[in-house]
Design a protein around this ligand. Sequence first.
Ligand code: C2E
Ligand code: MG
Ligand code: MG
Ligand code: MG
Length: 280
Amino acid sequence: EAKTRGPGRVSLAHPDLVTLVTGKMHLEGQLREAIANNDMTLRYQPIVDREGSVVMAEALVRWPHPVRGLLSPDVILPVAEQGDQLRELDLWVLRTALHEAANWPMSGGRPVGIGVNLSSFLPGDPAFVEEVSRIVDECGIGWDRVVLEMVETSLVDLSPQAQQSMSELIERGVRFAIDDFGTGYSSLARLKDLPAQIIKLDRRFVAGVDHDAADFAIARAVRNIARAMGRACVAEGVETTGQLRLLKFLELDTYQGFLFSAPLPAQEFRELVDSPLPMG
Ligand code: C2E
Ligand code: MG
Ligand code: MG
Ligand code: MG
């Protein structure tokens, strides 16, 4: 008697939980609901300048799944793609990150930028400019604080519609960043035409920059190309003071990685904004 009526029994009998535990509802459906119900969450990873001042943050999505725990993009993105939810996910992240960032304090008297990762589909959406504009107006954030990150591969075969939308946003002050630079399949010739103001040097080159001559040469070349084209260069995945020393020697513009901070919950990032990070 007591067993069948105990609290555990009651909660297990709850229809939603039964569906979750028995896996009757597919992850795709669960993700759709999580996005619609605002159950997703964001981490913010600081990007710092040579002095250690926070110049911007990158928003990174997480899914607090009731059974599987906190899920990362390597799980979320394939599910979103399969469930046709990439657009919804991107828009949720954009909306959430910009609203949060609109209330951040200044960092050393300068406004802090907010980087959002976009899948390749959103810029090709006819409503892209309108959607971004509505979000920016709603939360009253400066256009020049918004950075949209896209991987090289999704930037090379942009539709004319996507290119047009990106130009319009760039005119308003939005910056685009080429994410994971050096790992896609674009040629240097194409790089010239990519509408991006920022190049993010992929962490696989950063990893060996202080002990592998090829990584060092690649990092230097990418930084030189960025400089020659008037683009800023960010080092991704900086983990050690040895790497940082070489990257500073190469005069990269900004730095991101576990050496400074892991991606943080919103409130923790906010508290960190105005305190310079140790620069090794
Ligand atoms: P990304 O844009 O290159 O983001 C950087 C990734 O590197 C993040 O992984 C971050 O946690 C990790 N990272 C940061 N510093 C270090 C470091 O020092 N060492 C190492 N080993 N890793 C570091 P995360 O959050 O798992 O995201 C993975 C990728 O998923 C991102 O790579 C981005 O391409 C994608 N992504 C993340 N959030 C979103 C999103 O909201 N929308 C879309 N469409 N894609 C997202
Ligand atoms: Mg990124
Ligand atoms: Mg990246
Ligand atoms: Mg990367």
